[in-house]
Structure formats: structure tokens, C-alpha cells
Design a protein around this ligand. Structure first.
Ligand SMILES: Cc1cc2nc3c(=O)[nH]c(=O)nc-3n(C[C@H](O)[C@H](O)[C@H](O)COP(=O)(O)OP(=O)(O)OC[C@H]3O[C@@H](n4cnc5c(N)ncnc54)[C@H](O)[C@@H]3O)c2cc1C
Length: 438
């Protein structure tokens, strides 16, 4: 029997478990660990609360979790409660599926001003991640500036723009729903260093901005390249640019009916955040493109801002003893192998890109690497104690391990506490989660 420990219960972790079950069957035992008492990573705490159908993918992971040779062990932080070296003593293979939970820094002066947040913090706040539940962003100002032109920026813009009624059926946590309900934000700027042809927004998510009850997107006609230039774009991007064109063509009469404006500002690189204690503006430099890269033109402007959310990417948390690629912000690896017996998948392997489904081939390919290493004898003889060894260590250290059955109880309590029309009210406190299983 071989023992595999998967660290992280997000999509990459569960696809790896699914792949290991399929490829290695009864010859393996798989333990999935998570620092949180609840599973599924960004499916729970990243994917937008008003996109419930996407969150439904966790049902598929549940099937894996409930199989006999797979076990969930929540509330265990590897690298803190148990070291990677200790895990290597217990398991034949360790797969790090720890994601990329830290915001990439903007690296501009003023980044530490009040009411400036990274998207991990802001998204964590409205999604009820215990680490960010107390963020308490000030929404009493008029203008929010969102830095970045990817789907996370779209999520943040949409959440800031929606009315209370538009959140019916979502699992946005009540503290965020109430705060957003009192928001005074009337202008949401979406700022990008490059132009409409370089956005990283997918058409479905971009299209939603055009269907909001009280907000309307604004794109300046003069920012759009000539229509013929769209012909060379790949189909998805072409669709997104076509949406930008339709936003530019929205008549002023329609615009006047809606109190919130979602303004796309292209070719603008943030250079400083301005303010005393709290942010008051974003100083930008206008750019032009050189070989697809944004290069400053020497023309500066300041956009007033009462709230800033930067959505410019994420970095993996380093873990003591694991080689780390500082430049890329993820574990140093070759196609998922860090060294025989230690692997990584998902965002921890390739950085924060792609959709949930992109993590699936990652999981399958890393299991192939494990199989190759087993067959090559690189994982040593069959002698590891796996689950039994871990349980002994957990008992010795008094770790409060949360099982999948416990999670189902927590889930049941969250469902019971739901507002009318909502699927659940999430616990935003780790202690409360742990108590709810009793
Ligand atoms: C705001 C946002 C919205 C998104 N929306 C969509 C969407 O609508 N559609 C879509 O297809 N994709 C979306 N994505 C992308 C998708 O969420 C990712 O592709 C996916 O979650 C990455 O999976 P992962 O398993 O690598 O990481 P994660 O989902 O981040 O899972 C990592 C897990 O590891 C755990 N962990 C971390 N460190 C440790 C440790 N030391 N010990 C134990 N456990 C640890 C974490 O608690 C977490 O549960 C979104 C991403 C973000 C940020």
C-alpha cells in the first residue's frame, strides 16, 4: 500500500485525488489536508457568491471525498502544525495543492493607505473567509477604483454594483450584503495598463456587466481599435471586445436611468496611491504598447478614489523546506515534480491562471509523475505508515482534525442558518465552524 498526502482541498487537490483513485485504485490511500476546517478552497472563498452554478462543481469533489480510500483532514496547516519533512516520513508522496492565496503587491507608493485592498482580502471579505471577515471596507465614498482587467476585477466590480435584490439566491455573507446595501459608490473605475485587445475578461462574465439593475458600463468609443482589427483575435477575446463595443454604443438616455457607472479606463498604469491616512486618488501614467507591453508616455493624471481594490494576481505561500520560485511566486517545479516524492498542482504549480477545469489535467499529470516515480523505485520501499502515523502524531500534538463527516455537519448548520432564498449562511469564524460539528 502506498500513501499519498494531498495538501489543499481546492479543485487541484480533488482532481489529483480523483486521478490517483483512477490510476492507482486500491493500491493507494489518499489523505487530503486543508488549513481550513471546511473543504474546497476557492470554490467556497473565491468564486463569486452570485455564481452558484459554478460552485456546484464541489458536488463532484464530494463523490471523491466519500470514497473509502480517500479521507479529508481539515484544520491542519502543513508547514505549521506538521512540517513537510514530518509528512515525508509518513507518506510516500506529498502533493502540494495549496493554491496562491496572497495578493501580488502593486509595488507603488501609498499601497498601505487605508481602504486599499488586494482582491484576496476583498473577495475573502464578501465570501466569508475567516481571515478577512473583519476587513470592514469603507463604502461611504463615491468612487471605487479596481486595478486589473481580468475576471476577478469583473467579480469585484459586479459585487460593488449590485443591488440587494440582485443577491437573492447567492451565498454572499450577511455582513457584506448589509455593508453593500448602504454603499454610496456611484462610480466604479476598472483600470488597465493595456488596451481593449489585451483584456483578460471572458465574454460571459463581461456580458453580466451589461445586465445590471442599477449600473451601466461605460467605454469610450475613442479607446477602441478599428473594427477590422478584431478579426485577428481568438474567438473568446473577439466576443469580449464586441461586448466592449456594445457598451461604447449605449445611448446616454439608458445611462441616465442608472445611478452607477462602471467606467473602463485603458492604457493607464498606476504609479502611486495618494492620500493622507486613507486613499484619495490613484496617480496613473498613460501608456502605449510596444510589442504588446505597456510603456509609459510621460503623461500623468490622478483619478479620485475612495476605495481601491487591486486585482493583479496572486502568489503561493512558501512552506519551509520546499523550493520556491520567488520570481514566479510559486513552488519551483518541473511539470509538477519538485523532487521525487514531493509534487505540486494547480495554482501552487503554475500560478494563478485558467479556470477551475484547468486544474484537472494538472492533477492527472502529477499522478502520472507519481506512478513513474513508484515504478522507477524513486519513492523507496513500501514502509510508510500514512494515515495511522498521521493520526498518532495528531493525537500527540492535540490537533483538532475536522473530518468530512464533521464538514457535512458544519454544512448542514450553514444551510439551516441561511437567509430566505440563500443556499447557506457561512460561518466566518474558525471556532464557530469547529463548534458547529458537535
Ligand atoms: C476571486 C476568484 C474568482 C474565481 N472565479 C472563478 C470562476 O468563476 N470560474 C472558474 O472556473 N474559476 C474561477 N476562479 C479560479 C479558481 O478558483 C482556481 O482555478 C482554483 O481554485 C485553483 O485551485 P487550487 O486547488 O490550485 O487552489 P485553491 O482553490 O486556492 O485551494 C487551495 C487550498 O489549499 C489550502 N491550503 C493552503 N495552504 C495550506 C497549508 N499550508 N496547509 C493545508 N492547506 C493549505 C487552502 O486553504 C485551500 O483550501 C476564481 C479565482 C478567484 C481568485
Amino acid at each position: 500500500m502506498r500513501h499519498i498526502a494531498i495538501i489543499g482541498s481546492g479543485p487541484a487537490g480533488y482532481y489529483t485525488a480523483e486521478a490517483a483513485q483512477k490510476a492507482l485504485g486500491e493500491a493507494v490511500r489518499i489523505d487530503i489536508f486543508d488549513a481550513m476546517p471546511v473543504p474546497f478552497g476557492l470554490i467556497r472563498s473565491g468564486v463569486a457568491p452570485d455564481h452558484q452554478s459554478i460552485k456546484g462543481v464541489s458536488r463532484r469533489y464530494e463523490k471523491v471525498a466519500l470514497s473509502d480510500n480517500v479521507r479529508f483532514a481539515g484544520n491542519v496547516t502543513i508547514g505549521r502544525d506538521v512540517s513537510v519533512a514530518e509528512m515525508q516520513e509518513l507518506y510516500d508522496a506529498i502533493v502540494l495543492a495549496t493554491g496562491a492565496p496572497n495578493d501580488r503587491a502593486l509595488d507603488v507608493p501609498g499601497e498601505d493607505l487605508g481602504n486599499v485592498f488586494g482582491s484576496a482580502e476583498f473577495v475573502g471579505w464578501y465570501n466569508g473567509h475567516p481571515q478577512f471577515a473583519d476587513l470592514n471596507p469603507d463604502l461611504s465614498g463615491r468612487t471605487a477604483v479596481i486595478i486589473g482587467m481580468g475576471n476577478v476585477a469583473l467579480d469585484v466590480a459586479r459585487i460593488l454594483a449590485k443591488s440587494r435584490a440582485e443577491f437573492v439566491g447567492s451565498d454572499i455573507v450577511t455582513h457584506a450584503l448589509d455593508a453593500l446595501d448602504h454603499s454610496k459608490i456611484a462610480r466604479i473605475v476598472i483600470l488597465g495598463r493595456r488596451g481593449p485587445h489585451q483584456i483578460m475578461m471572458t465574454p460571459k462574465e463581461l456580458g453580466e456587466l451589461g445586465e445590471l439593475e442599477r449600473a451601466v458600463p461605460r467605454v469610450a468609443e475613442t479607446d477602441l481599435p478599428p473594427l477590422e482589427a478584431d478579426a485577428v483575435l481568438e474567438p473568446g477575446l473577439r466576443k469580449s471586445v464586441t461586448l466592449l463595443r456594445s457598451f461604447a454604443a449605449t445611448p446616454e438616455s439608458v445611462r441616465a436611468e442608472k445611478p452607477i457607472s462602471l467606467d473602463f479606463v485603458f492604457m493607464s498604469s498606476p504609479k502611486a496611491l495618494i492620500g493622507n491616512d486613507k486613499v484619495e486618488g490613484v496617480k496613473i501614467e498613460k501608456t502605449h504598447l510596444v510589442d504588446g507591453r505597456a510603456v509609459g508616455t510621460g503623461t500623468f493624471e490622478t483619478i479620485p478614489a475612495d476605495l481601491v481594490v487591486s486585482c493583479i494576481g496572486y502568489r503561493t505561500s512558501p512552506i519551509p523546506g520546499v523550493p520556491y520560485d520567488e520570481r514566479a511566486g510559486r513552488f519551483a517545479n518541473e511539470a509538477g515534480r519538485i523532487l521525487p516524492g514531493l509534487y505540486c498542482v494547480g495554482w501552487a504549480r503554475r500560478g494563478p491562471s485558467g479556470t477551475i477545469g484547468t486544474n484537472r489535467p494538472d492533477g492527472y499529470s502529477v499522478v502520472e509523475k507519481i506512478r513513474e516515480d513508484i515504478e522507477a523505485g524513486a519513492l523507496g520501499p513500501v514502509r510508510k505508515t500514512g494515515r495511522a502515523g498521521f493520526d498518532a502524531l495528531a493525537a500527540e500534538r492535540d490537533l483538532e482534525v475536522v473530518t468530512f463527516r464533521d464538514w457535512k455537519r458544519i454544512e448542514e448548520a450553514e444551510e439551516k442558518a441561511a437567509r430566505e432564498g440563500a443556499p447557506r449562511e457561512k460561518f466566518v469564524d474558525i471556532e464557530a465552524m469547529i463548534r458547529a460539528r458537535e
